[in-house]
Write a protein that binds this ligand. Sequence first.
Ligand code: G3H
Ligand code: ZN
Length: 283
Amino acid sequence: ARASFKEVLTDGFQKGYAVGQFNVNGLEYIQAIVEVAEEERSPVILGISEGAMKYVGMDYLIGMANAAKMKATVPVILHLDHGPHFELVMKCIRSGFDSIMYDGSHHPLEQNIQETKRVVEACHAVGIDVEGELGRIAGAEDDLSVDEREAMLVIPEEARRLVDETGIDALAPAIGSAHGHYKGEPKLHFDRLNEIRDLVKIPLVLHGGTGIPDSDIQRAIALGVAKINVNTENQDVFTRTVREVLLTSPKMFDPRKYLGPARAAIKETIRAKIRLFGSHQRA
Ligand code: G3H
Ligand code: ZN
């Protein structure tokens, strides 16, 4: 069913669970994500990056998402992931997205505030909720020194300003997580997360959900994280399954025979995340 991003996140924020944003890499992903959400009675967020939008095409994307929302009885939210500029945000609003993330983290603070505010004003005017980002969330594979990683972390007072001055509905603060596969153990800065939670009082978002130990995920949720983004882990499981099937059956030519098992495999990784995040039996 169609649902409000803000309402779904606020419920998690108040009750101490997080809603998963699972990124869409094609039809099988939408099917897997929404089927599991339904089976687990969990709200769910379909994350659409600019790259995924280009790959699938906006019309197909909207058609599939609408079919999923009509079919599911649990909340299904169509969300722009890391929207890089105002124009793409407008395109998503027109096309029927439920919420958007505007990622102004590549700008200096004042400009991030200005741009995010402009996005929030446009979105709120038509009932669309907005997630903002502050600090910079790196790629896990990037070769960065400890000092360089430290410099990318969010500064709590700046987070307070971004939230107060823009009116965003959720904030993704850079606290040490990264996109992709971590080389070693990720180091999340819980002290900062704690400070930010006290200063901003809105639902927080954890990006780079792949590869973070379960105990850290639970700790983050206890400190106000109400949305967690996962992409790489599903891509990895999906591709590994396709590879295995093709290796064991070199004569196979029917795509349904390798895409089907891959879809079934990511259903189980998504189910494990939903249960870890505590969003099952909430819808
Ligand atoms: O916005 C997308 C997420 O932050 C995905 O991160 O690919 O490391 O799971 P991940
Ligand atoms: Zn992200």
